[in-house]
Design a protein around this ligand. Structure first.
Ligand SMILES: Cc1cc2nc3c(=O)[nH]c(=O)nc-3n(C[C@H](O)[C@H](O)[C@H](O)COP(=O)(O)OP(=O)(O)OC[C@H]3O[C@@H](n4cnc5c(N)ncnc54)[C@H](O)[C@@H]3O)c2cc1C
Length: 263
């Protein structure tokens, strides 16, 4: 089974800053880490490989230091990795990102399954997987919780919905996105880290994946960031002190004024 795993490197901080002029996240000088949601993707791919054999190829688009995230995936047990990195990809929105990834996948050639995370901790749109499947013209299933069976031409998956789950059979090649908590991700061993050094990791630029220039980067991105702002800080609440019964009356009156209760 040939599995392509899409991994994104995200800023390793809770305090993401944006450029006030462009509205873009300032990534320079900030250490990166693997998107935590992609840990579940990797684990699922590793389990599939252990059960059915095959090869796991990691694919990422990002700055050169995203090789650290790919190294991490190789140390966990993936077989090879490709990083799409080129100034021509800078400023890509989700569509241009998906386009670049699709070019990378077409260049890699044959695959059975592409696995993505459900979302990222920085962009957080959850659009890349579905965009990618559309561009590649393959079926996609989001919110996959379990991969139940692989049978050469299709896979059977359990997909989580709000109040129930569905069992779906999907023909291959297809794309699935794995939900958070689908498994318990493993961590790399020392041997894994040493072996990762010897595994193939290649950086590819836009022309090496035959990406059409005006489909890439800012030029290929229909999204325009109009404004970026932080939500207002929550005001401190009112602390009611003193008589309990009177405080209940005050609280009920407050909720009535806010039209949160009516009696
Ligand atoms: C106008 C504009 C300009 C931007 N400029 C830049 C920029 O210069 N540099 C920059 O880094 N970001 C830039 N971004 C953000 C960039 O578009 C998103 O980071 C990217 O599209 C992924 O979206 P997301 O984080 O919402 O991924 P989601 O759709 O939430 O991710 C879902 C899954 O898709 C896969 N995935 C997502 N992104 C990648 C990736 N890059 N490589 C491999 N797999 C991936 C992962 O499996 C992930 O779990 C820009 C956005 C806009 C709107």
């Amino acid at each position: 089974m040939n599995i392509i795993v899409c991994l994104k490197q995200v800023p390793d901080t809770d305090e993401v800053k944006t450029d006030p002029e462009t509205g873009r996240i300032i990534r320079e000088g900030i250490a990166g880490t693997i998107n935590p949601f992609d840990m579940f993707v990797l684990e699922e791919a590793l389990r599939l490989k252990e059960k059915y054999g095959g090869k796991i190829t990691l694919l990422s688009m990002g700055p050169k230091d995203a090789i650290n995230t790919l190294h991490f995936g190789l140390a966990l047990g993936a077989d090879e990795a490709y990083l799409l990195s080129d100034i021509k990809f800078a400023g890509s929105d989700t569509l241009a990102t998906s386009y670049a990834l699709s070019c990378g996948i077409k260049t890699l050639g044959y695959y059975d399954l592409i696995i993505c995370g459900i979302k990222t901790t920085d962009g957080d749109t959850g659009q890349v997987g579905a965009n990618l499947a559309e561009i590649l013209d393959i079926p996609s299933v989001y919110y996959v919780n379990k991969i139940l069976k692989y049978q050469n031409t299709n896979i059977e998956v359990e997909r989580l919905l709000e109040d129930r789950s569905q069992i779906l059979q999907v023909s291959l090649p297809c794309l699935i996105s794995i939900v958070k908590g689908a498994n318990i991700p493993r961590m790399p061993t020392l041997i894994g880290k040493v072996e990762a050094e010897r595994k193939p990791l290649k950086i590819l630029n836009a022309s090496e994946v035959n990406a059409i220039e005006d489909h890439c980067g800012l030029e290929g991105s229909p999204t325009r960031v109009v404004e970026v702002f932080l939500p207002d800080k929550r005001k401190q609440g009112v602390i009611l002190k003193g008589c309990f019964d009177q405080n209940i009356i005050k609280l009920v009156q407050f909720l009535k004024n806010k039209k949160m209760v009516s009696f």
